[in-house]
Design a protein around this ligand. Structure first.
Ligand code: FES
Length: 137
């Protein structure tokens, strides 16, 4: 599976996202408290851009007037009709078994790990000062 460098870690602060285009697909890269996740940008309802949605938490209620708030910053709310998706898994909260956006494997790697391959040529010392977000599509 081809790998794609999509961003430097510093480009996407905690709580933010970046829309990238990889192999013809729009993918949202989200930083949730220092962890990175990738989900498809197209909402499965009617196609809105999820990267333009608000990043929210989970509100649950057992009875009227009582609610619990948790998972701050782990869901994205579609900007058109408000469906919410778990940024970690892509699952919808209105219908998690059937409705989800695709999630993609993503890693954070040093520049040194990216340049390592099977074939070797002359090597020269290289200073690595940044980390990159890499997606497998
Ligand atoms: S297009 Fe996303 S909820 Fe309708």
């Amino acid at each position: 599976m081809p790998r794609h460098v999509v961003a430097m870690v510093d480009e996407i602060p905690a709580g933010e996202r970046k829309l990238v285009k990889v192999a013809g697909r729009e993918i949202g890269i989200f930083n949730v408290g220092g962890e990175f996740f990738a989900i498809g940008n197209r909402c499965p309802h009617e196609g809105a851009s999820l990267c333009q949605g608000r990043i929210v938490g989970l509100v649950e209620s057992d009875e009227p007037g009582s609610y619990q708030f948790s998972r701050r910053g782990e869901l994205v709310r579609c900007p058109w009709h408000g469906w919410e998706f778990d940024i970690r898994t892509g699952k919808s909260y209105c219908d998690p078994r059937r409705t989800k956006v695709r999630s993609f494997d993503l890693t954070v790697e040093t520049g040194g790990a990216l340049v390592e391959g099977e074939l070797r040529a002359d090597t020269f010392p290289v200073a690595i000062e940044q980390q990159y977000v890499v997606i497998d599509v």
